[in-house]
Design a protein around this ligand. Structure first.
Ligand SMILES: *Cc1c(COP(=O)(O)O)cnc(C)c1O
Length: 353
């Protein structure tokens, strides 16, 4: 399939690189393609960034058949453009597609579409340390029909947003509220799919944690509210007595690409990484016995987010204001690989030429 390209005749003014924030500005172009049941994906094009007219009856507005991905393009010091494991995102979009009864996309075609649009809008990739071009591929159900069923038509789009450094003042540990009531996902639900409804369902707990002065929520399992699942929209790792533990993917946890990369890296360094169930009780006991050494979240946005404090049922787990040695080393290595400063020993980098 060819991608038709229509370039904008009125490029926008680019935002101040030092005040980008996250997801506020969008580039000059967007990728869009359509799906129809008997045709498959077709009509792939890159066009000027613009609103899309949709019938009020469009399925996505009513029953939430919508999914997304998130990755970044990084500019190196010598002005090359790098993507980090983009085919992993497109493989995951298909896992999500399957769960949501949505049509598969072609992984290689989509990685090429990402490269193509990033190339066209490459002047939008910021160069200040820590900044990047955030890439948001997403798919929505577009049948104008109110019956509850899987849509027969879809739109796949890719939009791009220059984003600021996650840690403009340097990496600092955040305080987390262990959510006692609300759950993010249940066994058999959609927790391991990157589907929009998971986020809608998480807002209430996030707001409540924010009111109490916490930056993120730690989610417990939806059945016993005992086992640790994720932190906000990040996977989570603990270092206990030299061993690194992360909750095993059991269907309700999102299989993060940063998570997989961190596990790979730690094992390559000869460290012991265990994917298993870990309860808050166990974590608290480890803390009390003085063997809980570090805790950090992992995800595309922050890469590594060290945890400074966990508030759980009125108890506090204090990990301190210093960034842990391991969190720092993993962060420096992955961001180094992403920006071309550290050798890509695992073949994770795809260059946009
Ligand atoms: C996207 C996401 C993550 C992190 O995944 P990455 O591929 O590492 O960015 C973790 N948890 C949830 C719920 C997510 O949606």
């Amino acid at each position: 399939m060819e991608i038709t390209i229509e370039k904008t005749t009125s490029p926008k003014t680019k935002p101040d690189q030092n005040a980008l924030g996250f997801g506020k500005y969008f580039t000059d172009h967007m990728f869009i393609m359509d799906y129809e049941k008997n045709i498959g994906w077709h009509n792939a094009k890159i066009i000027p960034y613009q609103p899309i007219p949709l019938d009020p009856a469009t399925a996505v507005f009513h029953y939430g058949q919508a999914i997304f991905e998130g990755l970044k393009a990084y500019r190196t010091d010598d002005n090359r453009i790098l993507l980090f494991r983009p085919s992993k995102n497109m493989e995951r979009i298909n896992i999500t597609n399957q769960r949501m009864c949505m049509p598969d996309v072609d992984v290689d075609f989509c990685v090429n579409a990402i490269k193509e649009i990033v190339r066209i809008d490459q002047d939008w990739i910021p160069s200040a340390p820590g900044t990047a071009l955030y890439i948001r591929p997403f798919i929505i159900a577009t049948d104008p029909y109110l019956g509850v069923r899987a849509s027969q038509t879809y739109k796949f789009m890719i939009i791009l947003s220059p984003v600021g450094a996650y840690y403009p003042q340097g990496m600092n540990p955040v305080n987390i509220y262990v959510e006692p009531d609300y759950v993010r996902a249940v066994r058999g639900g959609t927790g391991d799919a990157k589907t929009c409804g998971n986020y809608a369902a998480s807002l209430k707990a996030q707001e409540r944690a924010a009111e109490k002065g916490y930056v993120q929520v730690l989610w417990l399992d939806g059945v016993e509210k005992k086992y640790i699942e994720e932190v906000g929209s990040m996977n989570v790792f603990f270092k206990i007595n030299g061993e690194i533990i992360t909750p095993a993917l059991g269907g309700s946890i999102l299989p993060g690409i940063t998570r997989a990369s961190v596990i790979h890296l730690l094992k390559a360094w000869g460290l012991t990484v265990t994917e298993r169930k870990i309860s808050m009780d166990e974590l608290y006991q480890a803390y009390q016995s003085g063997i809980l050494e570090e805790a950090f979240g992992t995800g595309t946005a922050a890469v590594i987010s060290p945890i400074g404090e966990l508030s759980w049922n009125g108890e506090n787990i204090e990990l301190g204001k210093e960034v842990g040695e391991l969190a720092k080393k993993v962060y420096d290595t992955i961001t180094g690989i992403q920006t071309g400063k550290v050798e890509d020993a695992f073949g994770w980098i795809v260059e946009v030429e």
